[in-house]
Design a protein. Structure first.
Length: 163
C-alpha cells in the first residue's frame, strides 16, 4: 500500500514511500541489524502487495532507516522498523512510527499491533513511550535465537476501550 502522501521533510530526514529500487540497500541493512532478517521477497511485498506498505527514512539521498506495515480492514500491524546504528537516537524511528500511525489512523484502523523481543529493552521502552501496551507473550516466535515475542497494541483514541 503505497500512500501517495508519504513524502515530506522533517528536519534533515526525508520520509518517503519505499520503492523496489531501495530493496538491495534495505536487505543489506536488515541483515546487519537483525539476527533473524526478512528475505528480499518480504520487502518486495511491502511495495507491491495489496494492504502492505513500506517507508524509508533518508538523509542526503542515503537510506538510514525503514519501516513496514500491513493494513487489513480495521486493524494494522507494524511489521518491521529499523534505523542504522549511527543514526539512532536522532528521532528517525519516531518519524517512521509517527507516519505509520498517521497512515493507519487515516485508513480507519481501530488499532495497531506489533511484536518485539522481550530482550529488546530499548524497543520496549520506545513503544511504551508512544502509547503501546503489552497484550500477551507469544512463545517461540523468533527463530535466531529462539525467543518469545511480546505482542503490543496501541488503540487509536476514538476506539480506546474503557478500562
Amino acid at each position: 500500500m503505497n500512500n501517495g502522501n508519504v513524502d515530506s521533510k522533517t528536519g534533515q530526514v526525508t520520509i518517503r514511500a519505499m520503492a523496489e529500487s531501495d530493496l538491495s540497500t534495505i536487505v543489506t541493512m536488515e541483515r546487519e541489524i537483525f539476527s533473524d532478517p526478512w528475505p528480499r521477497s518480504a520487502f518486495l511485498d511491502c511495495v507491491t502487495a495489496n494492504g502492505w506498505g513500506g517507508l524509508v527514512a533518508e538523509t542526503e539521498s542515503e537510506i538510514i532507516g525503514y519501516a513496514c506495515y500491513l493494513i487489513v480492514d480495521v486493524e494494522s500491524h507494524l511489521t518491521n522498523i529499523a534505523v542504522a546504528p549511527e543514526h539512532r537516537r536522532k528521532s528517525v524511528a519516531q518519524q517512521l512510527l509517527d507516519r505509520i500511525l498517521s497512515i493507519a489512523d487515516g485508513s480507519g484502523c481501530e488499532f495497531i499491533l506489533l511484536e518485539v523481543r522481550p530482550s529488546n529493552s530499548e524497543a520496549l521502552a520506545f513503544y511504551r513511550k508512544h502509547g503501546f501496551r503489552v497484550l500477551y507473550q507469544r512463545p517461540n516466535y523468533y527463530r535466531r535465537p529462539v525467543e518469545d515475542a511480546v505482542v503490543m497494541v496501541k488503540y487509536f483514541e476514538r476506539n480506546e476501550p474503557a478500562t
